[in-house]
Structures are given as structure tokens and as C-alpha cells.
Write a protein that binds this ligand. Structure first.
Ligand code: GAP
Length: 503
């Protein structure tokens, strides 16, 4: 019996949402292509993020930077030296594994935050062998995750360039120029949505851990003395969610449901700006339809923090059989990146405070997420198998704002002028919504096809339409069908989209 994750992966492949990249040549692990409904869904999520975090804000500017950056940038950012995963190789068959994954799988323990030497010790202590050939395993070693190439015809250190493993670094190198050009003063943010690349040792779990993915990041620059000068609106303070602190993880306690107001009052989170951005991320995820009960916040334990981070909180999603896993993270990067780039480039990257007439280096709060993980979480959260007369039917309860198709139009039959009327209704509705026309097969089959790709509304044109100008509008989730005059359908769908909730 297939698990629900397998069913979602199967649906993605059968309905063409996601394809293995270059499949005709045998898939290269960790690369995928989004197509058809999948490309629409991904684009809708990206637009929603950009609208919420950039377009509708006064204090955030968008950028769209280069994918390849020179060696000097990655040396300064610390990625050349520290952006590593622990690698262990089999002495006999030469297979390579991520040491932390291997230990977790073999010993069924969490090794979150354990340093490389400890992983090596665990491998020796428990006499772990190669999962493929049972050969002996070598020492755990750091493996750098960046893809390297060269700019121009000469392949030397000066021409070394790297595909960016995070979109953040273009923002740090450009931040002062962007802030001056856009006349922004702290607190302000610079956002980027674009591709990132990591040469993962073991890409796995479908879209969860891939080698090329889309990141959405905001670097939010704050005066170091003003990290608590932030007023969260009541709509964010009142959001309640499961929270697993670093302390709770050490004590092996469960997550507790806490509001953002309490997280701030009880100093569970370091600063108010950090709480604000975490709350904005949760609120955005809810707005695109993720259920509150499917998410939790988890604080990074000390050994787990990235080389630049003072404090990090992940929003995790319950991926069912894979358990709780990171969806996005919000880090306090301190002044690490700006200071590093100032030192390495020799440029003055500090800002000037008019009030105190002093220079300062801003502190950065960074909400950073991956579209691919959010895409998968949305599908897992929305997927349902509904029993019906013919067995079971798949339904994706996607939020209407992000569903690949908003309305499907069907003529009851192709004859007697119904197809022509159906197309006329379709032509009208497609001016306002992502719309699909379908006249093949029984109405039941057409509903089922749309339910499976998450279409929230289906409009059927029948014989009554020809006489009284009404159509039936079917709601995906309740299955209810209501007759409406054609000219009211657009407004009806708009109202229904606004009222939609599945949190
Ligand atoms: N700038 C900070 C940063 O890059 P990260 O936790 O390494 O932090 C941020 O990555 C987000 O990017 C993650 O929360 C995840 O959603 C996504 N991400 C990272 N590695 C990924 C991978 N190999 N495949 C898919 N998504 C990934």
C-alpha cells in the first residue's frame, strides 16, 4: 500500500506537475523541472511571496542578482571554508554518504548539531559499515557544497566563480548602493527570489533536498541598538503555534503552543525584529493555505547554528512519514556578512546615523525559505483521498489564490449548441481567472480530473443555460452545486476566494 507521500509524488508525475530533469538521458539526481500545473502553482507561490514581502511593503526593495559570483565573495562570506557537509566514503566500493544521515538512519537517533569529529566517533564506536556493500567506512571529512566554474578562457584562481548557494550574498555586496539609490534608511530590507545551487552529497526526498532550487530571502537591516524597536500588530502577536525551544530539545520535551506575544514577553526569542519576521513568515504560509497544525517553530541548538548565525528559528512542516523538517528559517546574522565584505573588499560598508552623527554596521535579520519545499508542503497538506462510487478519488484542497486553475468550464454535452455556449462562458471567465475548458468524458470524470489538480470551482453549462442564462457552480471542497446567472459568476468566485479558509 502506497504511503501518502508516495501518492503525492505519483500525482506530481502522472499529472505532469514535476518531471525528472533530462530524463531521456537517465535522471541526474537532485534536478527537477516544473511543468504545466506545477509551473503555474510554483509561479503563484512566488508571486504571493513577492507581493507579501516586497510589493506591498514600503521598507523592502527587490533585487534580481547574478547567479555566479567570484571566489572573493565566497571567501569573505565564509562559504569557501565553512559551507560543508560531513562526507564519509566506503573504502571498498567508494560509495559516498552524508555522515550525519548515515548515522541517523543506522542508529535511529538525531544527530542535529553534532560536530564532524563526534560523527566519526559514533561511526567507529558502533562499527557502522557501508550500507551498499558492508565495506569499511573511512574518516568523516568536510565536503564543500558549492559548484565551481571559471569565467573566461583561463582556468586559474583569479577566474574562479561559484554558483550561489544562497541568494543572500548579492544582497550583502550591493546593500549600501541599493539603500542609497532607493533612499532607504534602517530599518529596511532587500529581498531576492531566485535560483540557488548546492552540490548536495545525497539529494533525496523528492523536492525536499535538491541541487538546484529557488530561494526567497529578505535581508532586513536594523540599527544594532534598535533590535527591540519594533511594534508587532495584534494580528501577528495573537498567532499561536507549536514552539520547540533549544532548551526543550535538550530536555527532550514536547513542543508547546505559544503566541508570538508570549514568545516576546517571556524572552523565548532574542529580539522583537526576529519575532516580527518569524511571525510574518508563519502568517504568509497560513495565507497560502498551510494548516497551523502542520507547522511548528524550532530553535536551532548551539552546535547546529550556521557559521554566520547568532540565533536561528526554523518553521518546520510535518511531512508525514519523513517527520518534521525545515520549511524555512529566520536567522539573526548579526553584522557578520557586512563586516566580512567590508574587510575583504576594503570598502566602507557602514551606514551613517543622522541622530548620533556616528557610523554603524547594521545587524541583519534574515527570513530565508525555499519555494520547492513550500510547494511540496502545500501538496502534502492539501492532498486527500475521498471515497466515491468508483473507489477513491484524489482531491487537492489548495487555496484558490494559488491553485494552478481557478475555474474549469464544462458543457454538459458537445451537441445542441452547449459546446459553443460553454466556450463563450470560458472566454469570458478566462479574462479574470486561470481557466480551463473541458468537454471530454462524463461530467463525473471531468470533476475528478479537476479535483486532482486542485481546481476550486467548476462551472457547468447545460440546457437551462440556453433558456434562462444560468449555470451551475460546483465547489471543490463541499461538492455543493448552486445555480447562478452567468453574469454573477465572476463576483461569486471572487467572494468565495476571499472567504476561503482551511487553517
Ligand atoms: N541564506 C540562508 C540560507 O540559505 P538555509 O537554511 O541553508 O539558509 C534556506 O536555506 C532555505 O532554502 C531552507 O529553509 C530551505 O527551504 C531551502 N533549501 C536549502 N537547501 C535546499 C535544498 N538542497 N533543496 C531544497 N531547498 C533547500
Amino acid at each position: 500500500m502506497a504511503s501518502s507521500m508516495e501518492k503525492v509524488v505519483n500525482l506530481c508525475s502522472r499529472r505532469g506537475f514535476v518531471l525528472a530533469s533530462a530524463d531521456a538521458y537517465g535522471q541526474l539526481a537532485g534536478f527537477f523541472e516544473y511543468a504545466g500545473y506545477g509551473a503555474h502553482l510554483k509561479r503563484n507561490v512566488e508571486h504571493s511571496w513577492w507581493d507579501c514581502f516586497v510589493k506591498h511593503r514600503e521598507d523592502v526593495v527587490g533585487v534580481d542578482g547574478a547567479l555566479l559570483l567570484p571566489r572573493a565573495v565566497w571567501k569573505a562570506s565564509g562559504h569557501l571554508d565553512a559551507f560543508n557537509d560531513p562526507l564519509v566514503s566506503c573504502v571498498k566500493c567508494r560509495s559516498r554518504f552524508r555522515a550525519d544521515h548515515l548515522v541517523e538512519e543506522e542508529l535511529k537517533i538525531s544527530v542535529e548539531g553534532l560536530p564532524m569529529e563526534k560523527l566519526g566517533e559514533l561511526i567507529k564506536e558502533h562499527k557502522l559499515r557501508c550500507p551498499k556493500c558492508k565495506g569499511e567506512l573511512g574518516e568523516a571529512k568536510p565536503f564543500n557544497l558549492m559548484f565551481k566554474t571559471y569565467a573566461g578562457a583561463v582556468a586559474d584562481e583569479a577566474s574562479e566563480i561559484y554558483l550561489r548557494p544562497e541568494t543572500a550574498q548579492n544582497i550583502f555586496t550591493d546593500y549600501k548602493t541599493v539603500s542609497l539609490a532607493s533612499r532607504k534608511q534602517v530599518p529596511f530590507g532587500i529581498a531576492q527570489l531566485g535560483r540557488a545551487f548546492r552540490n548536495e552529497i545525497a539529494p533525496r526526498n523528492f523536492l525536499f533536498r535538491v541541487r538546484e532550487f529557488t530561494q526567497m530571502e529578505v535581508e532586513y537591516f536594523v540599527h544594532p541598538d534598535k533590535l527591540n524597536e519594533c511594534t508587532l500588530p495584534e494580528s501577528l502577536l495573537s498567532v499561536e503555534i507549536a514552539v520547540l525551544t533549544a532548551e526543550a530539545q535538550e530536555k527532550k520535551s514536547e513542543a508547546a503552543i505559544i503566541s508570538f506575544a508570549d514568545m516576546i514577553d517571556k524572552k523565548i526569542i532574542g529580539t522583537k525584529w526576529h519575532a516580527y519576521w518569524l511571525a510574518e513568515c508563519v502568517s504568509w504560509l497560513q495565507s497560502i493555505g498551510l494548516k497551523n497544525k502542520s507547522m511548528r517553530l524550532r530553535q536551532h541548538v548551539s552546535g547546529e547554528l550556521s557559521h554566520y548565525s547568532r540565533e536561528t528559528w526554523d518553521v518546520e512542516f510535518n511531512y508525514g512519514e519523513w517527520g518534521w523538517k525545515e520549511l524555512l528559517g529566520v536567522a539573526n546574522r548579526g553584522d557578520y556578512d557586512v563586516t566580512q565584505h567590508a574587510k575583504a573588499s576594503g570598502k566602507d560598508m557602514s551606514l551613517f546615523d543622522e541622530a548620533s552623527k556616528q557610523k554603524f554596521v547594521p545587524v541583519v535579520i534574515e527570513p530565508s525559505g525555499g519555494i520547492d519545499r513550500v510547494f511540496l508542503a502545500l501538496l502534502v497538506d492539501a492532498f486527500e483521498e475521498k471515497p466515491d462510487k468508483e473507489g477513491v478519488r484524489n482531491v487537492l484542497h489548495l487555496h484558490p489564490e494559488i491553485a494552478p486553475v481557478t475555474v474549469a468550464v464544462f458543457p454538459l454535452m458537445k451537441k445542441d449548441g452547449l459546446a459553443e455556449k460553454g466556450r463563450a462562458v470560458f472566454e469570458e471567465l478566462r479574462k479574470h481567472f486561470a481557466c480551463e475548458y473541458d468537454e471530454s468524458g462524463s461530467i463525473g470524470r471531468r470533476y475528478a480530473r479537476q479535483d486532482e489538480v486542485g481546481t476550486p470551482y467548476c462551472v457547468t453549462v447545460d440546457y437551462d443555460t440556453l433558456t434562462d442564462g444560468t449555470v451551475t457552480v460546483r465547489d471543490r471542497d463541499s461538492g455543493k452545486q448552486v445555480r447562478f446567472p452567468i453574469e454573477q459568476v465572476e463576483q461569486l468566485i471572487r467572494n468565495s476566494m476571499r472567504e476561503f479558509t482551511n487553517v
